[in-house]
Design a protein around this ligand. Structure first.
Ligand SMILES: [Zn+2]
Length: 276
């Protein structure tokens, strides 16, 4: 009787084989379907990062065209390194608020932000509140015999892309460009709250010695402006001294900073700063 047993597997082997073949065919069919889907989906679903950048920045000066060295090209494509938590929301990250703090650790969010209420007063294009405050300050300065000239005020994200890449092309690397120009999305000028001032044709380093600069040091706070990058605060602000660069923060904050002798927004609001 053990033979009955030995025959038993016989008839069962055939269905098993059929099942195996069917499973294999289904697997092949499914594999083909997946392959087809991937093949069809790829052009739309997996657009390379570079292509996204191309779509977002089809501007006059593409990031990579002015660059010759491959190492620099990589650095430029990475103008907003993922290691920088610049989009982390905090009480001072809203570029529509006058309390916003933009520095090399905190970029604009969104990086392509543009103010909705820009107006031009006294040669400065700023948000309406900042422009009207500047208008009053400019009138007072002129009345005091120290008329102010504006050399730069609001700058768009796209104009900063061009500016920054010009510096990269000229200086040969992103590191060198970072010393003289803010990366796109990291410039306070993009908030519409900052401007560069001059005394006639005397701006930048020349401005320090002028009566205009001395007047501003005494009176700017009364109109809501502060000198944003003071001497001795390079490690805190991330910028060399810029006696010509003023930032609108509102009268209350500007006067409070002056009264308490707090030279930077980073210290006043306890916001991290320094280099990228
Ligand atoms: Zn400036």
């Amino acid at each position: 009787m053990p033979h009955i047993h030995s025959h038993a597997p016989g008839p069962r082997r055939a269905p098993l084989l059929i099942v195996s073949v069917v499973v294999a065919m289904v697997a092949i069919f499914a594999g083909t379907l997946v392959a087809l889907r991937v093949g069809i989906g790829a052009p739309r679903g997996t657009v390379p990062a570079l292509a996204i950048i191309t779509i977002k920045s089809p501007s006059t000066t593409p990031f990579w065209q002015a660059i010759t060295k491959p190492a620099d090209q990589a650095a430029i494509l990475d103008v907003t390194p993922s290691t920088i938590p610049c989009d982390t929301p905090n009480a001072h990250s809203d570029p529509r608020q006058i309390n916003v703090v933009i520095n090399k650790k905190h970029c604009l969010s969104p990086r392509s932000f543009a103010p909705s209420d820009l107006v031009t007063i006294g040669g400065a294009t700023l948000t309406s509140a900042a422009a009207s405050a500047f208008g009053k300050m400019a009138d007072a300065a002129a009345a005091a015999g120290v008329p102010l000239s504006v050399t730069s005020s609001y700058r768009s994200y796209q104009s900063q892309v061009s500016t920054y890449n010009t510096w990269v092309a000229q200086n040969g690397s992103a590191d060198a460009a970072d010393k003289v120009s803010a990366r796109p999305g990291y410039s306070e000028h993009q908030t519409g709250l900052a401007l560069d001032l001059a005394a006639g044709s005397c701006g930048l380093e020349c401005f320090t010695t002028t009566a205009q600069s001395a007047w501003l040091i005494t009176h700017a706070a009364d109109y809501g402006f502060i000198n944003r990058y003071p001497r001795g605060a390079e490690a805190i602000t991330g910028y060399s001294p810029e006696p010509w660069h003023y930032r609108y923060v509102g009268v209350a904050v500007a006067q409070d900073m002056a009264a308490r002798g707090i030279p930077t927004l980073e210290q006043y609001w306890n916001i991290t700063g320094g280099d990228y």
